[in-house]
Every structure is written in C-alpha cells, then in structure tokens.
Design a protein around this ligand. Structure first.
Ligand SMILES: [Zn+2]
Length: 272
C-alpha cells in the first residue's frame, strides 16, 4: 500500500519556493519562487538577491535612507530570478509559487513570460498602491453562485475557439465542485447542422452529472469521438459523445472546458 500522507503538488512546489528563500542574504525579507509546468516539472527556481557580479558584501541591504544607499535599486526579486533562471524558454501554461504576493514589477514579468497562475502564501502588503495596481490588470475571473430547490451551484463562464470563430458557454457545477449540473454553449459562426449543434439541448444533456475529476486529477470534460460509451451511461469517464462531422468544434469545447475551468481550481480548493 502506498503512503497517503505524501505532499500534494501544490505543497511540494511551495515548499521548494520556501526552501529557495533561505538562500537569500536579505536581512529583512527572504522570498523564494518556483515555476512548475503543466507536467508538474519544476522549470525555474529563484530567490531575492543582487544581480550577477554585484557583491552581496559591498552593496547595501538597508530598507531606509537615500535611495542609492538602500537595497531597492539593486535587488532582483525571486519571481524575476525564477523566470530568468528557468530551463525552458516557453513558460506558457506554467504556474508560479511564491511566498509573498508578487509586486507590480514582477507581475508584469510573470504575465509577459506567459505564466498563467500565481499561487502565493501571504499578501501582507495588500493595502499598498503597488499591489492594487497589479490587481487591476491581473485577470479577474467572474463566478456566479446560484441556488435552486435548496441546492447551491457554481456557474463558470468559458470562452474558446471553434472551427470558424469564437465559441463560448457556461458550466454549472454542483455544490461538490466536481459534478456538472448543466451547460450552455453558443457560437458565432459554426457550420449549421454540424458544429452549430453545440447549442442544441441534445448536446447539453450528455454533460449533466459528468465528473470533471478522475480521482484527484482534474480532467475537465472531453468531447470524445469514437467514445467507448456512446449512450453516455458512464458519468465518471470525463467524456461526452462528439457531434458527427464537428470534430474541430468539439475539440474547441474540450479545450475551453479544461483551460477555463482550471483557472478556478485554486479558488475552488479554498471552498472545500
Ligand atoms: Zn517583485
């Protein structure tokens, strides 16, 4: 039997970030950052320190005094170092773990590097202007919470691309945040009778009661061609049956489900 008290991926990457912070020579604030990719591989680690070739002993670590006599003009933050030290040039779809909510400058670096998710432990500077500025261009995710017949559900908007143009929709999750209650889709220019059928009730029906997880692993819902379960009796396979002749539109729905729903998972985890 395997151990059950092992670290989750989130705990593991945050622990790496916190360990890296111990390398910092800053007497007041030690911050570490860890970048992980979609395959849960660590691709970058950093901590706050002075740039290459700049002496930790000669440059100042003070927080107060004349600007040039403080650490601020010299120090590189953990997130910047984690991005610059990364072994991959492409950080799209990665996430960054950091002890402290990133500052405005680092958030720009994180977004420009393509990193899609920031996981932080503390936001003790939340009232500062810098953090407010950064929150204003970090994407805000709308979430609708509904209640019907005494049952609470969560509605997530989604957007994606079909064969010809934009597709979009909503998914309602049950209170367990794992089971689909229902869906709605629409599109701008999919082919009538084919991809355009994503907005037909017969397509919606298959999603009800489908699970978005397989065990602990988030899967979303896959619009599957050659589905082994065409009558959709298995609600635990994370699959619904594809519409004939609409493969690309269906793939667009699959991607939209996975990508947009994934952005809500850190928040959902706080509700469980
Ligand atoms: Zn920073």
């Amino acid at each position: 039997m395997k151990r059950t008290d092992y670290l989750s991926w989130d705990e593991y990457f945050m622990a790496v970030a916190l360990l890296a912070a111990h390398r910092s020579k800053d007497p007041s604030t030690q911050v570490g950052a860890c970048v992980a990719n979609e395959q849960n591989k660590i691709v970058g680690v950093g901590y706050n320190g002075f740039p290459w070739g700049c002496s930790d002993d000669e440059l100042p670590w003070a927080r107060q005094g004349k600007f040039l006599e403080t650490k601020y003009p010299y120090v590189c933050h953990a997130e910047l170092n984690a991005v610059l030290n990364s072994i991959s040039r492409d950080l799209r779809r990665c996430r960054i773990y950091v002890g402290l909510f990133p500052c405005n400058e680092c958030t720009k670096v994180i977004l420009q590097a393509g990193i899609e998710e920031i996981i932080y432990l503390s936001d003790k500077y939340r009232e500062s202007d810098q953090v407010k500025a950064n929150a204003s261009y970090t994407r805000k995710l709308p979430l609708f919470i509904g209640e019907k017949d005494g049952e609470k559900f969560y509605i997530v908007p989604m957007r994606g691309v079909g064969l010809w143009d934009a597709i979009w929709g909503f998914v309602a999750l049950k209170d367990d945040l794992k089971t689909v209650k229902g869906v709605f889709f629409d599109h701008k220019g999919e082919t009538p009778g084919l991809g355009a059928n994503i907005k037909e009730p017969f397509f919606y029906q298959d999603f009800a009661d489908e699970q978005i997880y397989n065990g602990d692993q988030f899967k979303g819902i896959v619009v599957a061609k050659g589905n082994a379960d065409p009558k959709n009796e298995d609600k635990n396979d994370n699959e619904v049956d594809a519409i004939a002749g609409a493969t690309i539109t269906g793939d667009g729905v699959t991607v939209m489900f996975k990508k947009d729903l994934a952005m809500y998972l850190p928040y959902f985890n706080t509700l469980k």
